[in-house]
Ligand binder design. Structure first.
Ligand code: OGA
Ligand code: NI
Length: 359
């Protein structure tokens, strides 16, 4: 969402408020939220050990005894799934707890108070929705709060909640932890594919480590099987770190080999996924995972995606070191153009990436 400031979304109803009406009074869910694909896709349960997404242990990556084996595991997770759960990630419990509790407070505020952070026309930053580009498109059953977090000079506090008062501090603390962790992971990922770690890190560190935070609020829905919280998509940037509020409501699903897999987040794990920029830079050695979020019939769910984005002026194409001995698998494009394409269309799974492929 690095281009959040120049690209807007058509205004639509506040879903938290709509859900309160529908769920309380047995009103029908409006047609624009009902989709056929939500109930017809086969879902592979994530709790069956054979089908669960990979688990990577940062302690094992930091221990010279286990580094090599864990690095192989990490490489394979990034290549085959594009997503993994990271345990022993080193982000203090208190940091994620404070963040989530401040975010939960914000969503409990009356609508009018939340609207003080509303998006402005032509921008995706703030409280509202993204990716609504036409009046007849199906809508997601969720509200979001998007904030540009790094570089710190780019923060626009008009969109930052002032209640609870600790919100800014909590985001700030988590932001540094997430950035530090992302750097470490990129280093191990680079090693895994034989790229100089500094080359890969440099793409993301050059301009103050751009970071954007998208908070998703998914209200419950009586018609949960017929709506989607977040349409199938890939994340456009580098690495995304995803936290969810509590693990008794799951909702994330990822697509692999044409099938949807439910992700069962472990307590104390951070979910890490690969975005488009890393797939392209790695010449396809890392996979930008297609994912979506589904809705619970009677429980809300809140998630926080921290996106780590490259420098704005990046010419996006496979890293030369990774094309040697292979063929160039993606067209090069300016990152700016890539983002404009991404944010002016509705979410479309991996189609925008497939169009850049050179096969
Ligand atoms: C996102 C995202 C998934 C979730 O915000 O990009 O994919 O589980 N969120 O909320
Ligand atoms: Ni996403």
């Amino acid at each position: 969402m690095a281009e959040a400031r120049t690209i807007g979304s058509l205004p639509v109803a506040n879903v938290q408020a709509l859900a309160a009406t529908c769920n309380g009074l047995d009103e029908q869910v409006p047609e624009r939220y009902l989709r056929t694909e939500a109930s017809s896709d086969e879902i592979i349960a994530g709790d069956d050990s054979g089908s669960a997404i990979p688990i990577i242990d940062l302690d094992k990556l930091l221990d010279p005894q286990s580094l090599e084996a864990e690095c192989v595991k990490l490489g394979s997770a990034c290549q085959n799934w594009g997503i993994f759960q990271l345990v022993n990630h080193g982000v203090p419990d208190e940091v994620t707890r404070n963040l989530m509790s401040d975010i939960a407070e914000f969503f409990k505020l009356p609508l009018e108070a939340k609207k003080e952070c509303s998006q402005q026309p032509g921008s995706l930053e703030g409280y509202g929705q993204a990716f609504v580009v036409s009046e007849d498109q199906k809508l997601d059953w969720a509200d979001m709060l998007y904030l540009q977090v790094q570089p710190s000079a780019s923060r626009d506090f008009r969109f930052w909640p002032t209640h609870p008062a600790s919100f800014r501090h909590s985001v700030n603390v988590y932001s540094s932890e997430a950035a530090k962790l992302t750097c470490r992971l990129l280093e191990f990922m680079a090693k895994g594919v034989g790229v100089e770690p500094a080359t890969l890190r440099g793409v993301f560190e050059g301009q103050g480590q751009p970071q954007g935070m998208r908070v998703n609020y998914y209200p419950p829905c009586q018609d949960a099987d017929r709506v989607l919280g977040l349409s199938p998509h890939t994340d456009p940037g580098g690495l995304t770190l995803l936290l969810q509020m509590n693990n008794d409501v799951q909702g994330l699903q990822v697509k692999k080999d044409g099938k949807w897999f439910a992700v069962v987040a472990l307590d104390d794990a951070i979910i890490v996924n690969v975005g488009d920029v890393l797939e392209i830079l790695s010449n396809g050695k890392f996979r930008s995972v297609e994912h979506r979020a589904v809705i619970h019939p009677n429980k809300e769910r809140i998630s926080v995606a921290m996106f780590h984005n490259p420098c704005q002026n990046l010419m996006l194409g496979p890293l030369p070191e990774l094309v040697k001995g292979d063929k160039m698998r993606y067209k090069s494009t300016s990152y700016q153009d890539f983002l404009i394409q991404y944010f002016t269309a509705k979410l479309d799974g991996r189609d925008h990436l497939e169009r850049l492929k050179l096969e």
